[in-house]
Design a protein around this ligand. Structure first.
Ligand SMILES: [Zn+2]
Length: 461
């Protein structure tokens, strides 16, 4: 049994010395289907540069503080101090990538005034900065995949407007991932649209992402996937595992309706939110491209006592996951820079592992590129339940641009898909498998082998 093997390994780990690598139980080494790699995407991954990521993080740290409440007046921007200067620099970076691809990126801001709240003492301008790489295929361009990180920072006091708050790991690292994905992927063309986002206000209460996600929902944006990178600097603490990045995903969707909750309860759908399908997709992509960052899927929304920008998107009903380094060092987050009793505090550059952040960026870029290359997930996926029978019949609507479909399934107790059955270019299939014993999914595949996100069928009587 896989579960008992995991508990055995965990029990062994509890007595192992700290020097033993923890990657022994990275799930992605053994489980699940492994789709083919696209050579163009694989080549793009080699262009992701740890040096560029290092330069971005160093630049972001140079603004001394990026607290959302810090200075954003013209003089401070000119002096390179405060969140306004960071914002303008991010904008200019996106613009330089766009110049390098013949104007392929549309650089935009989403700016608003946040009213006073617990961590916002007075009305404050919050600005999200993003770049849009519009899909090359008119039919698919309305589909969006998105990567984000928060460029604001904080120290011990979320209201300390002038104190140093380098935020090298939290979250210059995630911002650098968005930027580097933009730089490299803007050199390619994809059928669907990719958005490279950096938000502010995270440390004050997810304000930036909340505004952005609500705007997307209000304007009817078809966002298929959100990758939130927050604390992906691979802090160099002795027990870090630089081979693992955690991927958090919600189980029961926060945006589920009463009817959806009833269905989840009745049919055992607790582990099949769209966010969780996205997390599994990340694991498949990691296997396909043999990424150095192995995702450890964590089946919960976020860490204890913590939150992040993916939740803002979940609230609007979008699939969104969070990437975070394997082991956080709390002395190096949300702390004033100081040394106390020989312990160094502060989120400073020297604790960041730039190679690690680059590996996480490669996993993000591979996921974005795979999804943006793939056809749309099939719509109206249904599992026929009119009769009591041991076979299972699935139906769906054809997805534009797809050449064929795959039916996935797994045991109800398994974390990842265990089987992928190609079924050809059909929209109905009967399999000699009992729907009572497994969970099914259907995905679209194009002529090159790009896989869409899978869709778990709804029962149809
Ligand atoms: Zn953060």
């Amino acid at each position: 049994m896989f579960t008992s093997r995991i508990s055995l390994i965990l029990a062994m780990l509890a007595v192992l010395p700290a020097s033993v690598p923890y990657r022994t139980f990275a799930q992605t080494d053994r489980l699940g289907p492994k789709p083919p790699a696209d050579p163009q995407i694989a080549a793009a991954l080699t262009r992701i540069s740890a040096q560029r990521i290092q330069a971005s993080i160093e630049k972001l740290v140079s603004f001394q503080t990026r607290l959302t409440l810090s200075a954003q007046d013209p003089d401070s921007i000119k002096a390179g101090h405060g969140i306004g200067a960071a914002r303008e620099w991010i904008k200019s970076e996106f613009e330089s990538y766009s110049r390098a691809c013949g104007g392929c990126l549309e650089v935009r801001t989403d700016s608003f005034i946040e009213n006073p709240a617990e961590r916002i003492p007075k009305p404050t301008v919050i600005t999200n900065v993003y770049a849009v790489l519009k899909g090359a295929d008119p039919e698919n361009a309305k589909r969006i995949v998105l990567v984000t990180g928060h460029y604001d920072s904080r120290n011990s006091d979320t209201l300390d407007v002038s104190g140093t708050a380098p935020g090298a790991n939290d979250d210059a690292s995630g911002t650098a991932v968005s930027l580097e994905c933009a730089r490299v992927l803007s050199q390619m063309k994809f059928p669907a649209t990719i958005i490279f986002l950096t938000v502010a206000g995270e440390e004050q209460g997810l304000n930036g992402s909340h505004h952005f996600a609500r705007m997307a929902r209000d304007q009817g944006w078809d966002i298929e996937a959100v990758l939130n990178n927050d604390i992906v600097g691979g802090d160099r603490s002795p027990r870090q595992d630089p081979g693992i990045v955690r991927v958090f995903s919600e189980g029961v969707p926060v945006a589920a309706t009463e009817a959806e909750l009833r269905r989840i309860r009745n049919l055992g759908g607790e582990s099949d939110s769209t966010s969780r399908q996205l997390a599994r997709y990340v694991a498949e992509v990691s296997r396909a491209y043999q990424t150095a960052a192995h995702p450890l899927l964590v089946f919960r929304l976020d860490r204890y006592l913590r939150g992040g920008d993916h939740y803002s998107f979940n609230q609007q009903g979008y699939a969104a996951v969070r990437f975070t380094e394997y082991r956080e060092d709390y002395n190096h987050q949300h702390q004033n820079i100081r040394t106390e009793n020989g312990i160094e505090y502060g989120d400073v550059l020297k604790f960041v592992n730039f190679d690690y952040a680059a590996n996480v960026a490669r996993l993000n870029a591979a996921t974005l590129a795979s999804l943006a290359s793939a056809p749309a997930p099939p719509a109206q996926v249904r599992l026929q339940t009119k009769n009591l029978e041991n076979d299972s019949t699935l139906t769906w609507e054809a997805s534009p641009g797809s050449a064929s479909y795959e039916v996935l399934w797994r045991d109800t107790a398994s974390p990842e898909w265990e089987h992928a059955q190609p079924v050809g270019n059909v929209t109905r299939i009967t399999l000699p498998l009992s729907k009572d014993n497994v969970i099914f999914g259907v995905r679209a595949v194009d002529g090159m082998g790009h896989r869409s996100l899978p869709v778990v069928p709804q029962p149809e009587r």
